[in-house]
Design a protein around this ligand. Structure first.
Ligand SMILES: NC(=O)c1ccc[n+]([C@@H]2O[C@H](COP(=O)([O-])OP(=O)(O)OC[C@H]3O[C@@H](n4cnc5c(N)ncnc54)[C@H](O)[C@@H]3O)[C@@H](O)[C@H]2O)c1
Length: 346
């Protein structure tokens, strides 16, 4: 396999590179990453020793660069992890989401379309394209009803992947995973934000009444699912949901983190909710399970291991939380925290 993984310096990409490099089938592994605020080259330092591995700093929306790279490296498999991924940032400014998530995906599709020997395009998508799921679990056939500009950009990209499979016969497949947690996640997302704030004795800004539910999956289980999907015969733009089937309200996640770190509940501050905040995500992953994939990590055990990772990797997240992150945090949470309360908001 001559594999191109985009977004390898981000959270899931970094974990997936490690997963793939542990496999003998991988003859070449190239990762492209623009190193935006969310990309961290330090994540890849230890991979450079592997002669199969190459890092390229480039924009997936750069047509010439992507076509040249795919040609030069004779890429036969592409896993598209690169994206703008934070819902709150997409509410503040949606344009980078359109450029990277939609245009970038199109550029990659074009770069591999019609390539002799090209085997698989895997689009790493999200359950957020379904919007809030009031009850039950969304199967792959549920309609897309994205609530945020982030989710809308991912749904648009999924549509192009399916169009390329149908119109041009590009061998493509889409995974839609639920919320991931684990090592190397940028501390703007709930779990690493709360773990690192709690480690520093800082307030944990919990949106709304704290009862929004997310369907958590450990990133290792997601990476195993991506690898598994690459080996399936599906090539017609099929969608596979990826979920461990465990929804947990944000307030319960917060309580668990505080307990694991032995920090007081008084650190929790209820803050003004995110506009358009999806109440609940819940996926039905039985289509993927029937093909032989199973998640391995339970939420409590996986969260304890994740908390331990952040405790042991303080220099990693302290470096990430310095500089521009401070301005971001003040913009996002400054006023909210000044206007926060110790009790849930109704
Ligand atoms: N994190 C989750 O819970 C989750 C759940 C389901 C799906 N996903 C999807 O998985 C993928 C990876 O998510 P993540 O959490 O690792 O995101 P992340 O924000 O941690 O990493 C994204 C990476 O993409 C890179 N990037 C951004 N724009 C780029 C561009 N124009 N060109 C090249 N590189 C660029 C960034 O530098 C970063 O390294 C995304 O497509 C996301 O939609 C994430």
């Amino acid at each position: 396999m001559r594999l191109l993984v985009t977004g390898g310096a981000g959270f899931i990409g970094t974990n997936f590179l490690r997963y793939a490099l542990a496999r003998d089938e991988v003859e070449r592994l190239v990762t492209v990453d623009l190193l935006t605020y969310a990309g961290n080259y330090a994540n890849l330092n230890d991979l450079e020793a592997d002669p199969r591995f190459r890092f390229v700093r480039a924009d997936i929306a750069d047509r010439e660069a992507m076509t040249a790279l795919v040609d030069a490296e004779a890429i036969d498999t592409l896993v598209n992890c690169a994206a703008e991924t934070h819902v709150d940032r997409s509410i503040a400014d949606h344009w980078p989401f359109v450029t990277t998530n939609v245009d970038g995906t199109l550029v990659l599709l074009e770069a591999v379309r019609g390539r002799a020997g090209f085997r698989r395009f895997l689009q790493v998508s999200t359950d957020e394209v379904f919007g809030s799921i009031p009850a039950g679990r969304a199967t792959e056939d549920w309609p897309s009803r994205p609530s945020s500009p982030y989710a809308a950009s991912k749904a648009a990209a999924d549509g192009f992947v399916q169009a390329y499979a149908t119109t041009y016969g590009l061998p493509a497949v889409i995974t839609r995973s639920s919320n991931n947690y684990g090592p190397y996640q940028f501390p703007e997302k709930l779990i690493p934000l709360f773990v690192t704030n709690a480690l520093d004795g800082q307030p944990l800004p919990l949106y709304g009444d704290g009862l929004n539910e997310r369907d958590w999956i450990h990133v290792e289980d997601h990476c195993a699912a991506l690898w598994h999907v690459l080996g399936l015969p599906a090539t017609r733009g099929e969608v596979f949901n990826v979920s461990a089937g465990r929804e947990v309200p944000n307030r319960a996640v917060t309580d668990l983190i505080l307990r694991l770190l032995d920090r007081p509940p008084s650190l929790v501050r209820y803050v003004a909710d995110r506009p358009g905040h999806d109440r609940r995500y819940a996926l039905d992953a039985s289509r993927l399970r029937k093909t032989g994939w199973e998640p391995r990590r339970g939420f409590e055990e996986g969260l304890a291991a994740t908390v331990a990772w952040y405790r042991e990797h303080r220099p990693w997240w302290e470096a990430v939380k310095s500089g521009a992150y401070r301005d971001y945090y003040e913009t996002m949470y400054g006023d909210r925290l000044r206007d926060s309360s110790a009790a849930p908001r109704s």
